[in-house]
Write a protein that binds this ligand. Structure first.
Ligand SMILES: *[C@@H]1O[C@H](CO)[C@@H](O)[C@H](O)[C@H]1NC(C)=O
Ligand SMILES: *[C@@H]1O[C@H](CO)[C@@H](O)[C@H](O)[C@H]1NC(C)=O
Ligand SMILES: *[C@@H]1O[C@H](CO)[C@@H](O)[C@H](O)[C@H]1NC(C)=O
Ligand SMILES: *[C@@H]1O[C@H](CO)[C@@H](O)[C@H](O)[C@H]1NC(C)=O
Ligand SMILES: *[C@@H]1O[C@H](CO)[C@@H](O)[C@H](O)[C@H]1NC(C)=O
Ligand SMILES: *[C@@H]1O[C@H](CO)[C@@H](O)[C@H](O)[C@H]1NC(C)=O
Ligand SMILES: *[C@@H]1O[C@H](CO)[C@@H](O)[C@H](O)[C@H]1NC(C)=O
Ligand SMILES: *[C@@H]1O[C@H](CO)[C@@H](O)[C@H](O)[C@H]1NC(C)=O
Length: 440
């Protein structure tokens, strides 16, 4: 037996124990419950990035043909497919673009030329609506009465020519000073990539990657692997490892990767696509180390819930789980699936008997109010504080569900191949003990 290598023992044990590591009979949210969560999302999403995040969420759940995570080749169909048109699945999506583009000139005080889609102290957040506006243009919404194309171009030009930048070219997250927030990765690069693909502008696709690379250079902590939240600028820094921000970064990178993959550029940008996949894995491997036995992240992942000002946050937990299912589907990265499954089960868990699959209500849920608000959540308008009724938290639940649903449809691949890093250490210890026992 001593001839077997440590690697052999390790793989035998991982295979055996990995089999038991998924959550048996994991609790699931029903379609009706997801619609209740969606209704709360619709009520709460008012700020620029909340609308942008909601628009992407609508595609991921209800109009997957227009989501970059589907296998639709870009650009997407100009004519809305009948199964989507018949039940008006995209009406709330186009309503977001319509309101933003109708209001923008007035809200920007009749500015002409480069301007954000919505005025905001953030330079980045309004751009999160850019993909929605580009799809409204492409599919010819409102018969030319609204200038979707001009609105998208003005937003692009605003980012490229008006927003301040670092010396090496990272576009600021803020209007008033150069400051980098990890949230940026979800707000801007997916728009740059989509714009580039829609207009066959390779330079813009390259720029979407370049911005991510620059942001990672500044924000990733070499020791931790996670990304810091906010750096540079004269005030308002947050060097902590904000869990939601790490989720925004991973989700934004996956959207850019998917956009490139579904486009005519799929066979180019090879190294860039590989980097993006590795950088997603880097966030997962550094943040999941901090997930404790509650299966819910704390607001600052590396700090315990008892640390001053810290608390459990189900919103980032849902977003990160969504990115794990996406990484499994897109990149065959399976290591963190058991964690995502546990988090999803915990958030979906009823403290009384499991609901029937027909229910759309939340009676006795630890992680949802009876109205379907996720809890506990960080205040989405004050990232250091606990809050309630988070629009982005609602969106993250729906994104997690949509990604999980696709992963199940794809055969739940990888569900049994990976195991918890902490128990892996324990098992290695036990194995070593057993081997020594046999040898001696
Ligand atoms: C949850 O969904 C998975 C995948 O479809 C299924 O295997 C499992 O049995 C479901 N759990 C419950 C409690 O319905
Ligand atoms: C998805 O569609 C259902 C109706 O089929 C709707 O109730 C729900 O709000 C939609 N979800 C989102 C995120 O738009
Ligand atoms: C657009 O303006 C209308 C009318 O003032 C307002 O009700 C609506 O909330 C605005 N929507 C957005 C997204 O700005
Ligand atoms: C528009 O003008 C009003 C009144 O002067 C001002 O309060 C507001 O900040 C301006 N908005 C923008 C986006 O410049
Ligand atoms: C807007 O849509 C038109 C018509 O489909 C298309 O030719 C044009 O390239 C689109 N513009 C952008 C910026 O995507
Ligand atoms: C690509 O987009 C950038 C930014 O709008 C623009 O300056 C450049 O001319 C475009 N390139 C092509 C080939 O259209
Ligand atoms: C679900 O809730 C029940 C009852 O509170 C508890 O016993 C169980 O451990 C929970 N399961 C998960 C996955 O959190
Ligand atoms: C609920 O489960 C039954 C039996 O498995 C199935 O026929 C029905 O379609 C399900 N309903 C929903 C809303 O999933």
């Amino acid at each position: 037996m001593s001839k077997r290598s440590a690697g052999w023992w390790r793989s035998m044990l991982l295979t055996t124990l990995g089999f038991f590591s998924t959550v048996a009979g994991a609790q699931n949210l029903t379609d009706g419950q997801i619609n209740t969560v969606s209704a709360r999302l619709e009520e709460a999403a008012l700020q620029s990035w909340e609308l942008g995040t909601r628009s992407q969420t609508i595609l991921e759940l209800n109009a997957t043909a227009y989501s970059v995570f589907s296998n639709t080749f870009l650009p997407p169909p100009e004519v809305i497919p009948s199964e989507l048109a018949d039940d008006n699945a995209m009406a709330p999506f186009f309503s977001i673009a319509r309101q933003i583009v109708s209001n923008r000139t007035r809200l920007n005080n009749n500015t002409v030329g480069p301007q954000p889609l919505m005025p905001d102290g953030s330079a980045a957040d309004p751009a999160s609506n850019g993909v929605c506006v580009l799809i409204a243009n492409w599919t010819g919404q409102d018969a030319g009465e609204l200038d979707y194309e001009g609105a998208a171009r003005d937003q692009l030009d605003y980012l490229l020519t008006r927003v301040p930048k670092t010396g090496d070219g990272a576009i600021s997250h803020r209007v008033s000073q150069v400051q980098l927030w990890n949230d940026f990765v979800y707000m801007v690069p997916p728009f740059l990539a989509y714009y580039g693909v829609m207009t066959r502008n390779r330079t813009l696709v390259a720029e979407s990657y370049n911005q991510i690379k620059l942001y990672r250079n500044y924000l990733r902590d070499d020791r931790q692997g996670m990304w810091q939240h906010i750096l540079l600028g004269s005030s308002g820094n947050d060097p902590g490892f904000w869990s939601t921000g790490n989720g925004w970064a991973a989700a934004g990178m996956l959207r850019v990767l998917a956009t490139i993959r579904q486009s005519e550029y799929a066979n180019t940008f090879r190294n860039e696509q590989r980097d993006l996949g590795n950088w997603v894995r880097e966030i997962h491997s550094s943040i999941y180390r901090h997930l404790d036995e509650t299966n819910v992240f704390t607001n600052y992942a590396d700090q315990p819930p008892t640390a001053s000002g810290n608390f459990y946050d189900a919103a980032s937990t849902a977003l990160l789980a969504a990115t794990v299912y996406r990484a499994a589907l897109m990149l065959e990265q399976y290591t963190y699936l058991p964690y995502a499954e546990r988090s999803r089960s915990t958030l979906s868990n009823s403290t009384s008997s499991p609901p029937s699959n027909e229910t759309s209500t939340f009676d006795s849920y630890e992680h949802f109010t009876s109205d379907g608000w996720l809890r506990p959540v960080v205040n989405p308008h004050s990232y250091g504080q606990e809050g309630s009724e988070s629009a982005e938290g609602q969106a993250f639940v729906v994104q997690m569900h949509a990604a999980w649903r696709e992963w199940v449809q794809d055969g739940s691949k990888g569900a049994n191949t990976a195991i918890n890093v902490r128990s892996e250490k324990l098992i290695m210890g036990l194995a070593l003990g057993a081997v020594l026992g046999l040898v001696l």
